[in-house]
Write a protein that binds this ligand. Structure first.
Ligand code: F6R
Length: 608
């Protein structure tokens, strides 16, 4: 949600900034801009549209020299998508880029107006810039420290003061920022993806700290100006992992990354037929005495929580609730030291999930997060973290992150069952073998790509679609439906198959696609009865199942059949998920939309 980049060094900054913004574009693509320090002036070039438009504008601009600069790609929150609202923002004393939301910007604006400081844009960011400007009397630390006390909300700032050319000051609250330094200079960005062309070693800017970037060094300070050593991290993937690698879109590549991502997430955690979290430093005591589980997350990650609920309740027989993170902290949730709160997040920075975690910590619950991005805020603040090893996920629509999050939930469930004494050693070994086998169905579904594409062609012009299934099939169907909706703009909803006739079936008319998922043996015939109901009303039924026509006796009930490999009733869902991802992908390509950058969305939602 907005991408920030900054560089100061001995080489030209413009290309570094624009390339950095291109890699951060998944965080927002409403407008983009850069600011370059030149002699006694700071030159700003900005535009609405994509980073490619900015690149063209920079190429067409004379004199884009300068070895220090900052840049920004915007996901609009306050103020429309206009060039004036694009960052960087400039005041008489400074130039600034911001990621986040300043919640008290209205009262600050009123106050600043009384001092004659009025913004030209409609953004909360410019108010923050004016505030820092009003507090600046030659001491950047003092201005930032005072601003930090006054500002409410989420922010990551990079600030260049006019009278300190070549130096970038940065601080953050909630919004992520990472830093690296090489012989060429110092770099800062919202995500390590922007830094890896230069270095694989970096640190996360801690909250309540100020980082100073100069060409020869990066220095981290506490708010009261004590120098502290940053905690260095290392990225274990390289730039190729963050490139399309011959695929048309990142989403397509990431769908194909799944067999590897799943293996990397599961296999290191299975030893001698048991779930082994020792390398993750997750002690069994986390699971001891747990009598209730709450899973909290947003969007796709929340859907992996639905999978978690189904499997934990089935196996461990303890109640599990799945709470949407944006609601969690406002519902006064019940939890105590026997409650295990699981936070699931790809980015580890989602503002609502972070707030949910903080509340769980405050209330004394045990917390574990399932996170993809190393060193992210949620990973750092939870009692324990189980990293998924999906590598960078760049497409806004999550695919491989979802499958590995489900893997994380399965691993936690089996560990819980072991600690609770529910399964014997042999049973655990058997479950694990079935788990691995279930994930090994993914490549066979990837081979069905062209066939699924032909089905996508048939539904490409639809206005709406419904995903139906029962139990685990429904949990995975929720994710399938979100995938289609968010990238193709088809009005798609997922329902428990039996629920359709309590209202929604009135929307089922001739040709409306119904994607029916039926892999759960114990409810197969029930789901097929619901399929009959929609077929009788003229729906275009796309049946996704592991039961052959001969076994299932469903001849005549579908228009298109996606017969996936046999799915285990407990671990099912990997194959159907991949089929639904491919369907959503091709439908979107046929509809002519940018698969990786759906309108109005951004990958990392760091604002409430
Ligand atoms: C949808 C999607 C989002 C995210 C959600 C949470 O494809 O990606 O729904 O799942 O915004 O993001 P993380 O997992 O980063 O907390």
């Amino acid at each position: 949600m907005c991408g920030i980049i900054g560089f100061t060094g001995i080489t030209e900054a413009a290309d570094i900034l624009i390339n950095g913004l291109a890699s951060l574009e998944y965080r927002g693509y409403d407008s983009a801009g850069i600011a370059l320090v030149q002699d006694n002036n700071t030159k700003i070039i900005k535009t609405t549209g994509k980073v490619a438009d900015l690149r063209d504008k920079v190429t067409a601009t004379d004199n884009t020299y300068g070895t220090c600069g900052i840049g920004h790609t915007r996901w609009a929150t306050h103020g429309g998508v206009t060039e004036t609202n694009a960052h960087p923002h400039q005041t008489p004393k400074l130039t600034l880029v911001h990621n986040g939301i300043i919640e008290n910007y209205k009262e600050l604006a009123d106050d600043l107006a009384t001092k004659g400081l009025t913004p030209v844009s409609e953004t909360d960011t410019e108010i923050a810039a004016l505030l820092i400007d009003s507090l600046y009397n030659g001491d950047p630390f003092e201005a930032l420290r005072e601003a930090d006390k006054i500002l409410e909300g989420a922010y990551g700032f990079c600030v260049m003061f006019n009278d300190r050319p070549g130096v970038i000051y940065s601080m953050r609250n909630a919004s992520p920022l990472v830093v690296t330094h090489t012989a060429d200079g110092s770099y800062i960005g919202s995500d390590v993806i922007a830094l890896i062309p230069y270095s694989k070693d970096y640190f996360v800017v801690p909250e309540e700290h100020i980082v100073v970037l100069e060409k020869g060094a990066v220095t981290l300070y506490t708010m009261d100006e004590q120098v502290v050593e940053p905690k260095m991290l290392h990225v274990d993937w390289d730039t190729t992992a963050a490139q399309k690698g011959g695929y048309d879109f990142f989403m397509q590549k990431e769908i194909y990354d799944q067999p590897e991502a799943v293996k990397n997430t599961i296999l290191p955690r299975i030893h001698n037929g048991k779930v082994d979290f020792s390398a993750d430093k997750i002690n069994d005591e986390l699971f001891e005495g747990v009598n209730r589980v709450i899973v909290t997350a947003c969007g796709t990650a929340m859907h992996s929580g639905l999978v978690g609920r189904s499997i934990i309740e089935q196996l461990c027989r303890i109640p599990v609730t799945v709470e949407i993170a944006s609601e969690f902290r406002y519902m006064n949730p019940i939890m105590d030291e026997h409650t295990l709160v699981v936070i699931i997040t790809q980015s580890g920075e989602t503002a609502d999930s972070l707030a949910a975690l903080r509340l769980a910590n405050e209330r004394g619950a045990k917390t574990i997060s399932i996170v993809n991005v190393k060193g992210s805020s949620i990973a750092r603040e939870s009692d324990y973290v189980l990293y998924t090893h999906a590598g960078p996920e760049i497409a806004v629509a999550s695919t491989k992150a979802f499958t590995v999050q489900c893997c994380g939930m399965y691993l936690i469930t089996l560990k819980l069952a072991e600690v609770m004494g529910i399964l014997t050693d042999e049973e655990i070994a058997d479950y694990l073998a079935r788990f691995v086998a279930a994930t090994e169905t993914i490549p066979a579904v990837l081979e069905m790509d062209e066939y699924i594409q032909s089905i996508a062609y048939k539904i490409k012009d639809t206005f709406s679609a419904f995903y139906i299934g029962r139990g685990l099939d429904h949990a995975f169907g929720c994710e399938g439906s979100l995938k289609l909706k968010e990238i193709s703009y088809v009005n798609s909803e997922a329902y428990n198959a039996g629920e359709l006739k309590h209202g929604t079936i009135s929307l089922v008319t001739e040709g409306v696609p119904i994607i029916a998922i039926a892999t759960q043996d114990h409810v197969f015939s029930k789901t097929m009865a619901n399929v009959e109901e929609v077929k009788a009303r003229g729906a275009h039924v796309i049946l996704i199942t592991d039961v052959t026509e001969e076994e299932g006796g469903y001849a005549g009930l579908y228009d298109d059949l996606i017969l996936v490999p046999k799915c285990d009733d407990f671990f099912g869902g990997f194959a159907t998920t991949v089929a639904m991802q491919i369907l959503a992908y091709h439908t979107t390509v046929y509809r002519g939309y940018n698969v990786d950058q759906p309108r109005n969305l951004a990958k990392s939602v760091t604002v409430e």
